[in-house]
Design a protein around this ligand. Sequence first.
Ligand SMILES: Nc1nc2c(ncn2[C@@H]2O[C@H](COP(=O)(O)OP(=O)(O)OP(=O)(O)O)[C@@H](O)[C@H]2O)c(=O)[nH]1
Ligand SMILES: [Mg+2]
Length: 473
Amino acid sequence: MSRPSQKPDAVLVGVHLPGVTDHEFDSSMEELERLVSTLGYRALVRVTQARSHIDAAAVLGEGKLKELGGLTGGDGVVGSPAPKKKDKARLRRAAEEGADATNDSDANDDEEDREHDREDRGDDRRSAASEARAALVAVDHDLSPSQARNLERATGARVLDRTGVIIEIFHRHAKSREARLQVEIARLAYTAPRLRESPGGKERQRGRGAGEAALELDRRKIRDRIAELREELAAVQRDQDVRRAHRRQASRVALVGYTNAGKSSLMRALTGSEVYVEDKLFATLDTTVRVLQPETRPRILVSDTVGFIKKLPHDLVASFKSTLDEALEASHLLHVVDAADPSWPSQLEVTRDVLQEIGAGDVPSTLVMNKIDRLAPEDLHALRVRLPHAWFVSAHDPADVARARDRLIAIFDAMYAEAEIVVPYDRQAVLSEMHEAGRVADERYDESGVTVHFRADPETIARVRSLLARSRP
Ligand SMILES: Nc1nc2c(ncn2[C@@H]2O[C@H](COP(=O)(O)OP(=O)(O)OP(=O)(O)O)[C@@H](O)[C@H]2O)c(=O)[nH]1
Ligand SMILES: [Mg+2]
């Protein structure tokens, strides 16, 4: 299936609703553009329309829909016949791969259709490679299954809403077992309600029981699968809890913030590690933990976390909560903001909202305005006046990073308490643990043991005391 070369790879669709400012609308479309290019689409065009409401049938009004159809090779009319068999098979394959949960909805699909689909399958596989770059229509509003179906028919293209795009990105980028399981759960939860109008599902392809019965079977299978995945996830997380427990005594800081703010870059700079940095949305989908370098006593652990985004699908928020548990356990958050992005205030707000939602709203935090190398001096000055308590850094500037490190150490230092502790001679293992977990000074030796001046966070002091108390005869 060859594609005329003038066709764009993807079309971004947005309706400018009343009450939405030009800036809000533009930055939302820009973000959708970045999301879609993260998926690998290159030639992008926008089809936007100012309208009092989102059209119930196909989002856009008639004229605009025609324009859209012209760009993608469809006829741009609601009520167009279903996509050709090959297209349908492609769409279904995408759905089965989890690449796309929003499309290929067809309530009227009948047994005869399915027969044809089945016959066409071998053919479709052969053409899969050439179809890989088929056009995408990405819509910046949530689509109902019927809107997705209508748009698909009018455009002859694959249709995704923002949620669908985000889920696909997560699906492609998740690396660790935990992240993969979480994405799969979110994806299935997103697919299940849309099944009503979908002809997908391998079970029905086998033709056993049509209609409702088959639909029920699909739904039950999805529910069972989700339950299975949740169990697997719980096991993986138990493992991680054990690992986390080992780290618990350390001082922790988590880098949180909107996607692409520069969290991983800052993490890299602070810890000298090779975490994944890319100018893409959601480059980081797993939490990584590294030691602040050069090492301090006690050591300070830094976690990098998944970035937030507006309209993050609720299921993903819920399922990524555990990825963010690392952050929740931190005693301090560095909230990283891309100061060079004019949308930073709304990105800041989104991050705060999501933190609140996952129960991290009360963790003390510092605002870190990043990428100041991209700001004009007068803009930087205005920001400094506006945000007197924020840190202003460029993750690319070693002097800024060194300063951030010092301030971070000072924050933890202020949380530490001090105590005189006597460690009996037969408990030297505790003493070496204290050296790991805090600062030990003034060692004085007498008959009862070593008396030290110990500086560490209050929990560590309490833990050391109870360790020593336990050994008393
Ligand atoms: N000019 C400039 N670019 C920066 C700075 N910090 C990060 N970047 C760039 O911004 C892009 C995103 O950086 P990342 O560190 O991957 O951002 P992130 O917050 O980890 O993003 P996600 O993992 O996607 O949430 C990369 O291209 C970085 O090189 C900075 O201080 N100045
Ligand atoms: Mg990152």
